[in-house]
Design a binder for this molecule. Sequence first.
Ligand code: SF4
Ligand code: SF4
Length: 395
Amino acid sequence: MRFSFAAGEHKFKCVQCGNCCYPGGLSLTPAERKEMSGYPEAVGKLSENLNPPFSHILVCEGRCPFLNDDMLCNIYNSRPGVCVSFPLTFTYSPQGELCVNFIRCPGTDVEDGEAVDEKFVEKTMVEVEKRNPGYFEELKRQRVQEHQLLSPFYSQAELTDFDSKQRFKERLAQLMILTAVDGRQFRSSCHAFLNLARQGIESEIRALGFGRGNRKTVLFEEDIARIEGRVEREIENNHEALSKEYEILIDQREREALRTGSCEIYWEGEVKKVKLEEQLETRSLTGKRVVVKASSVYLKREFSTAAFKTLVEHLAEALVRVDLSGFPMSTPTSVLLQVLGDYVNNLEIACYIYSQEGKIVPKDVATSVVNDYDTFFVLGGIHAEGTGAGLPQLR
Ligand code: SF4
Ligand code: SF4
């Protein structure tokens, strides 16, 4: 078993908030899809032919059709495996190793929660099997097969083996924790890291002779070691300067907004020109009405050291996760880095909304945001990959 999280570090107890029932889409195995097709609520919502083992999606469009108004599941006893296992997600690597992820949600670290350790994982597996006999066998059977062992590395044009790609992401995650240091603005620091990582990978791939017109398509260990070296150098040499550049841009935009009293803001899926005093309305991830002043989400705040650390560690873990934890293994790293960039913006805006008028974002706010948004990110990510849609933005 391979865990993408530190076993035993967190606790969990479901608080029945229903957040995990507000996904973009639910991933299903072929057998579950067959069962689902018998429910009238699922008619016209079952998409096909995605990546194994979850080769189908029940399109939920922000709220599962089986969630009732009491926040209870109408098909509780025959709900899909991903619902039973939540907040854990399971997948088999091409070599047949079971990969386990732990998704943060409002039930994470509640005081009387259970430790999320190996025992917890085994207990969850038993529960899934009880509800859905043969589930793990099916996951294993449906895993990416030997002849498909190569997975896209950066774009669909370069391939590498699953383990090398995974190791690369693990190295990148460590580097992220070391680099995206407190003392910089959260958004500029993370964007600088993600953009430099992309640039480093791209330039080295080109230098290695990959790309249009070239016949080279498979990256071997030594190629990846070169890419890693290049990414490390890019980040070491340029992270500080690039974050500073982004900070200056953000500061300039803020000064201009304060001078004119208006700003441009990305809100409900579009860029809007609004007055700083204007009240903006949106819905929370679970559909509750939220009203905020434009200035309170436009003007940056400081993050406490602990809040900064919480968010960066969370992003690093998201980078490492495989398959069901948001991105099937066929997702190229370029897509992953891009989506993480969008996610950084979502996290920051959510921290501002959650901390209301406070000047500094404290750790408990960052933790609540992670616990709410991880579910959304993971489930939205699966949906985005499955349907080709972008990651849903804060609504
Ligand atoms: S999001 Fe977590 S706490 Fe909320 S209902 Fe789902 S499992 Fe329970
Ligand atoms: S099937 Fe049930 S448990 Fe699963 S997302 Fe829908 S309402 Fe929630």
